[in-house]
Design a protein around this ligand. Sequence first.
Ligand code: NDP
Ligand code: TDO
Ligand code: MG
Length: 300
Amino acid sequence: MRLLVTGLKGQVVSALMERAADDPALTVLTLGRPELDLAAPGDLSVAFRRLEPDAVVSAAAYTAVDAAETEQDLAFRINRDGAGAVAAAAAALGVPVVHLSTDYVFDGTKATPYVETDPVGPTSVYGRSKQMGEEAVAAAAPDHAILRTAWVYAAEGKNFLRTMLRLAATRPEIAVVADQQGTPTYAPDIADAVVGVTRNLLAEPKNPALRGVFHMSGAGETTWAGFAEAIFRESAARGGPSAAVRPITTADYPTPARRPANSRLDCSRLRGMHGITMPTWTDALARCMDRLQQQGTLTS
Ligand SMILES: NC(=O)C1=CN([C@@H]2O[C@H](COP(=O)(O)OP(=O)(O)OC[C@H]3O[C@@H](n4cnc5c(N)ncnc54)[C@H](OP(=O)(O)O)[C@@H]3O)[C@@H](O)[C@H]2O)C=CC1
Ligand SMILES: Cc1cn([C@H]2C[C@H](O)[C@@H](COP(=O)(O)OP(=O)(O)O[C@H]3O[C@@H](C)C(=O)[C@@H](O)[C@H]3O)O2)c(=O)[nH]c1=O
Ligand SMILES: [Mg+2]
């Protein structure tokens, strides 16, 4: 299977490239800046056709949640218009598109995990731009799966886990919000799920049950403070940096963007339709920390 993936260095595109290196049946072709700039995409079908993909994975996005509040125009161009252009090019080639979206499309006021049919109501520019991206993808390409994931991290890249380990190197205590609930998702697990979903789409080109929106986050749930505590527990167990976590409220940690208090995603539809069960976030965290230790990059 030949997958055309947007982006070059992102967490998900990197995990897909690594997955392809281990899997002779999978080839990942990446397309990113400067050849593909989602801020000014134009018609992408010529560039896409040259790579002869079986499917397109739309993994590139503007992901700087706070910066988006002041770079609204850029966030919308990339996450709405860019995503729509990628989906339109996939449709022009007659191949399915698997598009990544986010828990931040919800307002977080629901008391239980979100299902796909719950109304969206983003509270941030990033969330709104991603919600409009979902709409643009669905309008441009009937043959699509939109996978909403959450709290993505990996051993490399810009993410909360790496931020915590960096801060712990110089601080004995870190204040972290304890009133935002959700589930961390490990990029290599996203790569596995994306490959599984894409194979299913190609195997059953006409099956509507495999298409539409799916929630795809790690199993279980925690808070950002709970995630930080687990990171430091796993790090300390491997001789890495750790710090005490002081639980605080969202009001104690003012940020430009408002984040949902409840980011939990119910992933039953992905399991029921695609037969894919995401690993628990605690298991995934242990695998990520093992990797950091093996790389020798977990130094205190
Ligand atoms: N990170 C997270 O916590 C979450 C992410 N998601 C979604 O999952 C998807 C993957 O996220 P993730 O891998 O973490 O993203 P990253 O933030 O790690 O990487 C962003 C990727 O987008 C690319 N990109 C950004 N701007 C442009 C542009 N103008 N033109 C072309 N490419 C561009 C980057 O390019 P380059 O390689 O050149 O740097 C990079 O490859 C995104 O759709 C995101 O919205 C959903 C929930 C949580
Ligand atoms: C660094 C830090 C953050 N926080 C809080 C701020 C915020 O509420 C929460 C997470 O902060 P971050 O800025 O790392 O995460 P954030 O940028 O909000 O992460 C989001 O990224 C986008 C792309 C998504 O799609 C979401 O699913 C989600 O992963 O932790 C603290 O309380 N203390 C700290 O020291
Ligand atoms: Mg291969």
